[in-house]
Design a protein around this ligand. Structure first.
Ligand code: NAP
Ligand code: G4F
Length: 322
């Protein structure tokens, strides 16, 4: 019997790669999408265009418990991947309330419908290295205390605790991935990596003149999204549910990312990148570096793609787009 998976946030970067992975493994793949996405597939389903025929989409809202309840009941999934979230940290400073509503209530609603309608299923929650925030240890492990620095980080810490509580209180299978930044040619343009690679490509082709960024000294542990969705799947294959850090273990600055991206198109980033204090965050997460030893030992997971290759793949993709 093929397994059935239900994914929230299926239209996003991770949702699209995860869908491909699960289809390859023979799963029936279902996704919950906002009604607006069904009405405007060209723009809002663009990451899924090549697999639309192979998956089943259900209109629903993370703000509406009844809509989620109906879908989970109908699909009766074996695995639930809850990826849907307002995922842009900067925006969470502009609208704390909708970020917390979507991310916290959305997670709670999904957990509750899972408990009511499909308690035998396995549930994955998309936790984040933003939960570590003002970091207490370097590198960060599953035991590092949380100190979130944004409404986004706070919503993810709360989601993480509710997810664990459903495991401990009700004996349900819930696992959280504490995923560090992961990128790809499918990354949204608002995130710094895609902003850099799209501008490096455009500037090299004479389509743009400069790139305005915020904090160039921020450090992130950047991996490739394809590696990271594989880790999500591995987590749900274990007999016992648990929480795992997923990271490469190496960090680079935003400045280094700029240097490599511009170098790839034969330019010196110092001639094109400018900073604007408006793009600095009110509370920054200065540096993140993960320790994924537990995932390696328990899941056999390791990243397969290097930072340098990630930058090149993204720049090449953006050059081809032009
Ligand atoms: P993404 O590309 O921004 O995708 C977010 C998804 O959530 C989209 O499908 C979006 O749907 C959906 N969504 C947003 N607001 C929603 C709402 N109000 N109701 C229903 N759906 C909504 O994010 P991603 O990079 O794939 O990340 C997937 C998950 O992992 C997120 O929970 C994110 O917070 C978490 N995470 C990401 C990273 C990373 O580095 N990528 C690291 C750690 C954790 P629309 O297309 O309709 O907007
Ligand atoms: O690319 P970013 O916006 O990603 P951020 O804030 O690290 O969050 C991403 O990773 C998290 C995992 O740690 C996820 F949970 C979250 O959903 C998201 O996927 O910013 C990265 C860094 C920050 O320090 C930011 O201040 O880049 C710095 N930065 C500098 N200039 C900029 C810019 N970020 C953006 N988005 N735009 C800039 O112009």
């Amino acid at each position: 019997m093929p397994q059935t998976a239900l994914i929230t946030g299926i239209t996003g970067q991770d949702g699209s790669y995860l869908s491909e992975l699960l289809l390859k493994k023979g799963y029936n793949v279902h996704g919950i999408v906002r009604r607006a996405s069904i009405e405007d597939p060209v723009h809002r389903l663009h990451r899924l265009g090549h697999i639309l025929e192979d998956i089943e989409l259900h209109p629903g809202s993370l703000e509406s418990y009844p809509s989620l309840y109906e879908i989970v009941r109908k699909v009766s999934p074996d695995e639930i991947y809850h990826l849907g979230a307002q995922s842009f940290v900067s925006y969470s400073f502009e609208d704390e309330f909708s970020t917390i509503n979507t991310n916290l209530n959305g997670t709670h609603y999904m957990l509750s419908t899972f408990r009511q309608c499909a308690p035998e299923a396995r549930f994955y929650f998309a936790g984040s290295s933003e939960m570590f925030g003002k970091v207490k240890n370097v590198p960060q492990t599953e035991d590092t205390p949380f100190h979130p620095r944004s409404a986004y980080g706070i919503s993810k810490v709360a989601g993480f605790h509710i997810t664990r509580n459903y495991r401990e209180a009700y004996g349900l299978y819930t696992a959280s991935g504490i995923l560090f930044n992961h990128e790809s040619p499918r990354r949204g343009y608002e995130f710094v990596t895609r902003k850099i690679t799209s501008h490096a490509a455009a500037i090299s082709k004479g389509k743009a003149k400069e790139l305005i960024l915020g904090n160039l000294d921020a450090e992130r542990d950047w991996g490739h999204a394809q590696d990271y969705v594989h880790a999500m799947w591995l987590m749900l294959q274990k007999d016992e549910a648990d929480d795992y850090v997923i990271a490469t273990g190496t960090t680079n600055t935003v400045r280094k990312f700029c240097e490599l991206a511009f170098e790839h198109v034969g330019l010196d980033y110092r001639n094109y990148v400018k900073t604007d204090s408006k793009l600095f965050r009110p509370a920054e997460v200065a540096a993140l570096q993960g320790d994924a030893n537990k995932a390696e030992e328990s899941l056999g997971w390791r990243p397969t793609k290097t930072f340098q290759n990630l930058v090149i793949e993204m720049v090449e993709h953006d050059l081809a787009q032009i």
